[in-house]
Ligand binder design. Structure first.
Ligand SMILES: [Zn+2]
Length: 233
């Protein structure tokens, strides 16, 4: 039995120890609004993984090492949700359809008022960023561009959400905007067998990423992949 003094001393140490930065922030409120992710979508995702990454997988689980931030380029949460709820890619999206039948999605959708919706399990693969899907959690923000500039409430929600994700998934080292994917093309975890399957993206804008990185600087997340130096010199 520890003495009363020892218990008090331990409690005092626990109180005084600085919490880790990722855990210090209050957890954001996350509302589950699952999109349709049925067996067909799972099978189509497996097919995508095999075709683009050369992996034959039993399930579509990922171990996230990055968070990719996006905008939907549509004005309402409903429109974003409906887009991602489709199992198969729309025929009109020809470039993406060439890459596979499974529809695009993301793990989170952040409304213009900052409400955070979780659309699918955080560790299932979503199709949201060419080359990084198998390693990244995707956050979509409703709006974007000149028409619907992303809001301060969305920035605050993204800050809280990334902190929550980094605290929960220990392998996350990178944070990037979709428009920055090229910074990762040399990374060993940039997986894409077809060298012609690429696209240029504007989302979520430099300003938003700057704000996000400034607020999260204590987490020391990397915004690009750099080759580790050999021999430590
Ligand atoms: Zn995007």
């Amino acid at each position: 039995m520890p003495t009363r003094h020892a218990v008090l001393a331990a409690a005092l140490v626990a109180c005084l120890a600085p919490p880790s930065p990722a855990l210090a922030a209050p957890a954001p409120t996350i509302i589950d609004r699952p999109i349709r992710f049925d067996q067909e979508r799972i099978d189509l995702t497996k097919r995508y993984i095999r075709r683009h990454y050369g992996l034959k997988v039993k399930d579509i689980k990922i171990v996230p090492r990055a968070v990719v931030v996006h905008w939907t380029a549509s004005g309402t949460t409903r429109a974003g949700w409906v887009t991602f709820n489709r199992v198969r890619m729309r025929a009109a999206r020809k470039h993406l359809l060439r890459g596979g039948l499974v529809n695009v999605s993301a793990h989170f959708l952040v409304a213009r008022d900052g409400r955070i919706y979780r659309l699918m399990p955080e560790t299932w693969m979503a199709r949201h960023c060419i080359g990084l899907n198998y390693d990244a959690i995707g956050i979509e923000n409703v709006g974007g561009g000149k028409k619907w500039p992303l809001t301060p409430a969305q920035l605050r929600a993204n800050i809280a959400l990334v902190r929550y994700l980094v605290a929960k998934h220990k392998g996350i080292r990178y944070l990037l905007g979709h428009m920055e994917w090229k910074r990762f093309e040399k990374a060993p975890f940039f997986r894409e067998l077809d060298p012609t399957y690429r696209n240029a993206k504007p989302d979520p804008g430099r300003r938003f990423m700057r704000g996000l990185r400034r607020a999260l600087s204590d987490l020391k997340l990397l915004g690009r992949y750099t080759t580790p130096r050999k021999g430590g010199r």
